[in-house]
Design a protein around this ligand. Structure first.
Ligand SMILES: [Ca+2]
Length: 189
């Protein structure tokens, strides 16, 4: 399969679909940045941090015809529940489309806070204890378990590792107790 397709071919594919091409959703990026106060790039949902337009990895002009067909299939997934594998979207981006469907995604463009509300709090793709929707609101990476709002991560990990922390605290207490007794026994000799 020819890896690169020329611009005319891409434009032809786009023109075939009567729906206006909508591959990038900067409204969500802007909302996440404004809500969180953090810098958020396109990599939250896209493969390429610069977004889907261009000739780089995960960008439209680098895709094969088969990959472009997957992009179109994802864009046409109007209702929730359709498993999509758009090569310009990362795992979170494809998860959003599968969970909400493109109708809801498009509806949320004018009210981006609805994206988080619609996603709910059940999915946590990176397993760090912070839901994908909350990470969208916090402007953190929902696919990186080491990237999250610091206070949330601290509280979650304190709760998650309570037993281990107690064990360490008891062990340290016993060591201090033992050392104190040892020093006292030396002093009384
Ligand atoms: Ca998470």
């Amino acid at each position: 399969m020819k890896r690169h397709v020329n611009t005319a071919f891409v434009l032809m594919l786009l023109s075939i679909n009567s729906i206006a091409p909508a591959f990038a959703y900067p409204a969500f990026q802007r909302f996440s940045e404004k809500h969180s106060g953090r810098t958020v790039n396109c990599a939250m949902c896209h493969v390429n941090p610069q977004g889907p337009s261009g000739t780089g990895y995960g960008q439209l002009l680098s895709l094969t015809a088969d990959e472009l067909a997957k992009v179109d299939a994802a864009r046409d997934a109007a209702k929730p529940g359709v498993v999509v594998d758009s090569p310009i979207m990362n795992k979170f981006g494809n998860h959003i489309i599968k969970t909400l469907g493109m109708e809801t995604v498009n509806d949320a463009i004018g009210a981006p806070e609805l994206l988080a509300k619609s996603l709910g709090d059940k999915s946590d793709l990176d397993g760090d204890g912070i839901s994908d929707a909350q990470e969208f609101l916090d402007g953190t990476d929902p696919l990186d378990k080491f990237n999250g709002e610091p206070k949330r991560l601290l509280l979650i990990n304190l709760f998650r590792y309570t037993f281990e922390l107690l064990f360490v605290a008891v062990a340290i207490g016993l060591i201090i107790f033992g050392l104190t007794g040892f020093i006292k026994s030396k002093e009384t000799k």
